[in-house]
Design a protein around this ligand. Structure first.
Ligand code: NAD
Length: 256
């Protein structure tokens, strides 16, 4: 159980981040939800989760594209035993046409934010003599695909940052690992299905299995619950010597 631990999950008002936040709350941790949006519904989500899991859940707005915001998020949380760097965006275009502002935003949100949050969280973890940093990379942190240069560069960077964080915290009760999901059916991915159905003139199931999950040998999406479970495992005593490595949750993608 993670009772008494405080977990900060960046980008957690939807998708994988929310699934991980729910799993950590279910394991008894106090949870800080985050996004840049700061809507009433974000605060309501935190209140509903607190009721559902009987643990403290707060929402703190911070824009992960801004270094000062990243650092303020951890400072405002007041404690950070478990840090999950999950916020991420995507843009698809060939390198020679890739918009520079999109490149910069993807590197900032998907990679540099984790540097800033980790920098503030590590002294807190060292003081507590215990800590877990879980970085959400991707199968694209280990392999490449065309037209996703910024995302793939950022996710490979996240894997590298995770290794260095592990070396700098080894023997201090702190671990750092990267989880590498394959395709997960989040609202982000769900939104691409109608377009793909049109483009390929296929039905929903066919487009999922033949187009979207073409590289995922299981031909099944990973779920946000499975990613939550993997994160809770990495926070457990069983995982105390797992550090500086990656765990793929990708239906066999990176075995190919
Ligand atoms: P999503 O769009 O559902 O969630 C992204 C989250 O990041 C949201 O909570 C959003 O509010 C937040 N976010 C975006 N920009 C932000 C900013 N500037 N500041 C703060 N928060 C911000 O997407 P998802 O699919 O749940 O993705 C979550 C993570 O998992 C990302 O890092 C993504 O790269 C990674 N991932 C997703 C998949 C997949 O198939 N869905 C696969 C591998 C890795």
């Amino acid at each position: 159980t993670l009772q008494g631990k405080t977990a900060v999950v960046t980008g957690s008002n939807s998708g994988i981040g929310l699934g991980i936040a729910r799993a950590l709350a279910g394991a008894g941790a106090h949870v800080v939800l985050n996004s840049f949006t700061d809507r009433d519904e974000d605060h309501a989500l935190a209140a509903d989760m607190a009721k559902e899991f009987g643990t403290e859940v707060r929402y703190i707005a911070a824009d992960m594209s801004k270094g000062d915001d990243c650092r303020a998020l951890i400072a405002k949380a007041g404690a950070c035993d478990i840090l999950v760097n999950n916020a991420g965006i995507q843009h698809v275009a060939p390198i020679d046409e890739f918009p520079v502002d999109k490149w910069n935003a993807i590197i900032a949100i998907n990679l540099t934010s984790a540097f800033h949050t980790t920098a503030v969280a590590l002294p807190m973890m060292r003081k507590a003599g215990w800590g877990r940093v879980v970085n959400i990379a991707s199968a694209h942190g280990l392999t490449a695909s065309p037209f996703k240069s910024a995302y793939i560069a950022a996710k490979h960077g996240v894997v590298g940052l995770s290794k260095t964080t592990a070396l700098e915290t080894a023997g201090q009760g702190i671990t750092c690992n990267a989880i590498c999901p394959g395709y997960v059916l989040t609202p982000l991915v769900e939104a691409q299905i109608p377009d793909q159905m049109k483009t390929h003139n296929m039905g929903r199931e066919e487009v999922i299995k033949k187009v979207m999950l073409e590289r995922q040998p299981s031909r099944e999406f990973a779920t946000v619950e499975q990613l939550g479970g993997t994160t809770v495992f990495l926070c457990s005593d069983a995982a105390a010597q797992i550090t500086g490595t990656t765990i793929s949750v990708d239906g066999g993608w990176t075995a190919m």
